[in-house]
Structure formats: C-alpha cells, structure tokens
Design a binder for this molecule. Structure first.
Ligand code: HSE
Length: 443
C-alpha cells in the first residue's frame, strides 16, 4: 500500500550479526514493512548486512552482504547502523566508527552499554546522532521508553525486576517440573535465550548489565556497572525452592535499584518473594520490572525477556524512533495516533454478536427431574457445548443455581439459546452471563 509520505527517501539500515535477534529483526522488518512505513511516513529498508560466515538459511536477496563488518559501519549509504553481534570488543569498535561517520546506532548489547555507554553516549552527543538500546533490557518489554518518557514526571524511588529470561526459565522449570539446573539451562540455550557464555545469565552478570542501565535512566546517574553487587542462582537447589514454597514464598532472581538519602543500592541476587506478589508469578522466560514513582505509585511492566522476535520487537521500535527523528519536521513528529495521519485507515468494527468466547452462565432453576436435560438440549440446538456444569444443593421448594461454563461460542448463539430458556417455566429470573476472557488464546 502506498501513502503520500512514501515519496520520502527510504531510511537505509545496515545490520551486523545474523544470530537469533538479527534474524528476528529481518523477519519483523519484512513482515510488518507496510505497517512500519505507515508509522514513520517513509519506508525502512535493510541495504547492507555484515556477517562473518555464510547463513544460507537467511534470505538476503537484494541486500549487499559483507564479510568484513567494518564495511557496514563505514558505508556512506547506510543511515542507521544496527549492532547485533554482542560482546564488548568488536561491537565497540564498530559502533565508534559508525558514530564517527554520522550514523545513528541501534543495539541490543547490554554489556556494551553498561560498560562503555558513558563514553559512547558522549560520542553520540558530539556527533549529534542517537543510540537506541531498548532491546538491551528485558527483551521485548519497552521498559526503557516507559521510564524515560512515560514516567518522566516522577522521582523514581526504586525499581525491582526479573531481568534475565534464562535464569527465570531455569528457576521456573526447577519449581514446576522438578528438573535439574543443568537440564533446563541446555533447553534455554537451545531456545536462543542464553548468552553466548551462559555464566553471564546464571551468575547474574547479564542482569547486572541491565540493572546498570535501568538505574541510570531511573535516577539520572552515570552507568555504574562496577557498583552493582552481583550474586547468581547457580547455588540454588530444588530443596531451597521447596522450603521457600512451604514458607509461602517463591525464589526469584531480582535486580534491585533503590534510592535512599545516602545514595543508591544496586544489587542482583536471588530473593524470596511472597507468593502472592505479582513478581512472584512471573514465570518461564518472562521478565517484569516494577517501578515505583512518587507520583504514579507502583507500576509493573511485563513481557518476554529474551528470544528472537520479542527482542527484535524492541530493536525495530528503536529503528522507528530513529527514523521518526530523522524525518522530524512539524508534520513528521511522533504522530498523535501512532501512525502518520495520511496512513490512518478505517477498519470494520465487528458487532458484539459475532465475537466468540467461552461464557459463564448462572441460571436459577426449579429443582426437578428433566431440567438439566432440557437446558443442555436447548443449548445444543444452538451449538453451544458445555465445558462444565455445577448444580448447587438446593432447599426443598426453592430455586437452585445451575452454573454452566461453555466452550467457545458466538455471543449470538448463546443469547438465542438463553432467550429460549428464559421462556421455560422452570427458569426463575434473568440468567447471569459473564464472558470468559481467554487473553489472546485462539478461540
Ligand atoms: N540472555 C538474556 C536473558 C537474553 O536470558 O535474559 C536477553 O537479554
């Protein structure tokens, strides 16, 4: 689909790395190209990829490919340099060259930002370019944007988060499935969650990198990786998880940054959390960061903390941010409705009757033979099938509650069936009807 603003030149992106996150980034950029250009007001295209080895499984048709990654950083035909190789040596040199040659930078590299960020941000200021690093913390959760922009009115008192997906995946599987640490770690590696050196995950170094970044943007302090006290999860045994549970707690690996009158606490360590706390129920590869601001109170940001597409979601969001800044003029600011005004498109709004979900229905019925059979027959006439039925014990002569949980059905089918049932003499009063929200599960 073409839009008025597609007449602007495309933003040209150079990408180094073709690992898990880079492949996700290519997928998202290709899959959502139209929607992305509707948001920015111009296309975003990968023009140059740097990869040290062949990756026949990745389709790079029409894209220039260099074995020498520096060629991408130096390429004058690249506007934005995306670094997805990880590590702090080559990545640092590449980003320095990209900045010096006037390119904006997007990176998922938390180690690099935590350790060299102070200097890189200074360089970027001098060169008047942006460095986007949303993907460096908590995978797909836009927590950096939330703290930096959405919570900008607040003094942040503290934040605490589960910010390593691999570690949380391991602790969850140990608790829920009784598996061993080593067994679950291998699976996390196979799924592309773990760092190249997984001791970064299990010894808390990865979480310390991320906490360093969160603390800097929350408190307005320099990145201070050396100041983080760090303890990993490798000494936790299943028995500790069981004892904690018996006491009403879950063990989670937390990063905590807290402002006190004397300074800030920066710490990463396993901790017992009351089992009812929201953070205690963040499981698997999911991450969550709780941020407490003086105006807003407590907020919680939750989502996938690692993995190809979730991390790519944050990389591409940064690319869109950079592209919007490059396009900035009074008509190309971040649009009020997220998409460029010329790209806002009407879509049909579906009638409630056509929506599908399971339903909870409570009928008040006379307690007599044949009632349940008649109810289920009427429901079946309208293709409403039941997941479960509960009939409450009644008092002689009084109506009883008949509670039905349906499978997924259309609203109109259920309403028609209930309309027929309402005319039955054994039904008292109106049915109580509640929708069961399956939160995105296919229905
Ligand atoms: N190894 C990291 C994790 C990847 O498991 O959280 C995402 O930063």
């Amino acid at each position: 689909m073409m839009h008025k603003d597609d007449t602007l030149d495309p933003i040209r992106v150079g990408l180094v790395g073709l690992g898990t996150v880079a492949q996700g980034t290519l997928t998202v950029l290709a899959r959502n190209a139209d929607e992305i250009s509707r948001r920015i007001g111009r296309p975003l295209v990968i023009t140059h990829v740097g990869a040290r080895r062949d990756r026949p499984e990745v389709d790079l048709t029409g894209i220039r490919v260099s074995r020498d990654l520096m060629r991408v950083a130096e390429d004058p035909d690249v506007d934005v340099f995306v670094e997805l190789i990880g590590g702090t040596d080559d990545a640092l040199s590449l980003i320095e060259v990209a900045i010096r040659s006037g390119k904006h930078v997007v990176t998922a590299n938390k180690a690099l930002i935590a350790v060299h960020g102070n200097r890189l941000f200074q360089m970027a200021e001098d060169a008047q370019v942006m460095i986007g690093f949303e993907a460096s913390v908590a995978g797909g959760i836009p927590v950096i944007k939330a703290i930096r922009e959405g919570l900008a009115a607040n003094q942040i008192a503290w934040l605490a988060g589960i910010i390593n997906g691999t570690g949380n995946f391991i602790l969850t599987a140990m608790r829920e499935e009784g598996r061993t640490f080593e067994d679950v770690l291998s699976e996390a590696q196979a799924l592309g969650y773990a760092e190249a050196d997984p001791t970064f995950d299990v010894e808390g170094i990865d979480a310390a990198h991320k906490l360093t970044i969160l603390a800097a943007i929350a408190f307005g302090m320099p990145l201070s990786f050396d100041g983080v006290s760090t303890e990993g999860i490798s000494r936790i045994e299943s028995i500790d998880i069981e004892y904690a549970e018996a006491l009403g707690y879950r063990i989670k690996h937390l990063g905590v940054a807290r402002r006190t009158n004397a300074g800030v606490e920066l710490r990463v360590h396993p901790a017992l959390i009351p089992e009812k706390a929201l953070l205690a129920n963040v499981n698997g590869v999911m991450n969550a960061v709780q941020v407490h601001g003086d105006a807003v109170g407590s907020t919680l940001f939750y989502g996938p903390g690692a993995g190809s597409l979730p991390t790519a979601s944050a990389v591409v969001a940064d690319l869109i941010d950079v592209a919007r800044v490059m396009t900035a003029d009074p008509t190309h600011r971040v649009p009020h409705l997220a998409f460029q005004p010329s790209a806002v498109a009407h879509v049909p709004i579906l009638p409630l009757d056509d929506t599908r979900c399971p339903f909870y229905v409570r009928l008040s019925v006379r307690d007599e033979v044949g009632v349940l059979a008649r109810v289920t027959r009427v429901l079946a006439d309208y293709q409403v099938s039941l997941e479960s039925v509960i009939q409450k014990e009644g008092i002689e002569g009084q109506p009883v509650g008949l509670i039905l949980l349906t499978h997924t059905v259309t609203e109109s089918a259920l309403r028609q069936a209930l309309h027929v049932l309402a005319a039955e003499t054994f039904v008292h009063g109106d049915a109580v009807v509640l929708r069961v929200e399956t939160l995105g599960a296919a229905s």
